[in-house]
Design a protein around this ligand. Sequence first.
Ligand SMILES: C[S@@+](CC[C@H](N)C(=O)[O-])C[C@H]1O[C@@H](n2cnc3c(N)ncnc32)[C@H](O)[C@@H]1O
Length: 347
Amino acid sequence: MWRRLRERLAKLRERPTHHVPPELPEGATPGALLEALETWRNANAERYARFFLFERPMRVPRADRPLFDQLAEAGLCAHAGASLFRPHVRLFALDGKWIATDCLSHADPDQVFSLMFEQVYLVRTMDIRETDDVLELCVGSGVNSLFAADTAASVTGVDLNPRALRFAAFNRALNGADERLALHEGSLFTPVGDRRFDVVVINPPFELVPEGATWFLHSHGGEDGLDVVRTFLGALPAHLTPEGRMEMITWSPGSAEGPHLLPLIREALPEHHLRVDLLAEGDLDEHVDRFKDHSAYDAFRARLAAKGIDRVHFVYVRASRDQARGVEVRTPIQAITRCHVVADAWI
Ligand SMILES: C[S@@+](CC[C@H](N)C(=O)[O-])C[C@H]1O[C@@H](n2cnc3c(N)ncnc32)[C@H](O)[C@@H]1O
C-alpha cells in the first residue's frame, strides 16, 4: 500500500496543480450540500472516487450540474468548459465526516496532508473523554481534531502551515464544528504559551530527509525523521495536566530491537503507562530511495546505517497515567485490517 501511494505521488507531481484552498460562500448551508453530495456519491461510487480521490476531470450530466456548481462555488472543484469539471481537492468521507485535503498533484512543500490509514486508525483508537481539553499539534486538515471535538470539552489545533489552517477552517465549517475547534498558526506549543491540556494528540512529520533536500512540510522529519518529535517531547511534560495523556501516530526509524522513538517517549514521560500498537514495519531503503539522486544521499544513508537504523516502524502510542508505569506492546490485527479496508480504497 505504501509503495502504491509513493508511486502515485511521484506520478502526480509530474503535472503539478495550484488551487486556492476551499471556502464556503457567505451564508452557505453545508448540511444541504453534503446531503446532496452523499446521495450523488451513493449512486456514483466509482465516478466519485475517480474525481475526488484520483483527481481525474469528469463530464457532468445536466441533471447533476446544480450540485457541481455548488461544489465549485465552495472551491472543491471548478468548471473547466462545456460539461467538464476538475477537482480542486481530495474529498474524503470518513465515519460521518467530510474532510478536504490538497490534491496529491499540489507539489509545493505546503501541500495539505491527505487522509490515509493513519488518520482512520487514530480517530478510531484515540481515547478522548467528555471533560478533556485537547490540543492537537500538527493539525493539518483538522481531521483528528474534528473527531476529538465530537466528545471533548474543548479542542485546540496548531499548525505551522497557513495553507493547512485554511483547509482545517474549511473542514471545521463543513462539518458544523465552528464552536468546538480553535485553530492557531505557529510551531508546536508556541501559540498556546504555558497552557496545560488533558490530552495532546500528534501525527508529526516523520520522513527521513537528507540535509538540504526539499520535501513536504507535512512529512519533513529531518535526517532520522525524529526532529519534530524530539522538540515536541522536550516540551510535552510542561503542557500536560498531572493526569495528562498523549496520543501519537507516526513512523519511527529503528532496527530489529524496535522503534527508536520509544526510549525518547519513555525519557519524556517516565511515569506514564505506554500502550504501543505496532502497525507495520518497512525497509529503510523503500522510504529513503526517493532521495537517492540528492548529492547528500550517500553520506546521509551511511550515517543512518552507523546509527543502526535499517527499518522504519509504524506505531501508535498512547501514554496515560490510568495504569502504573509499564509498556504494553500489541499488534491488533483485526482493528488494523478494518482500517485498511477504508484507507486502501483511497489510493
Ligand atoms: C503528518 S501531517 C499530519 C496532519 C494531520 N494531523 C493529519 O493527521 O492528517 C504533519 C503536519 O505537521 C505540520 N507541521 C510541521 N512542522 C510543524 C511544527 N513545527 N509545528 C506545527 N505544525 C507543524 C505540517 O504542516 C502538517 O500539517
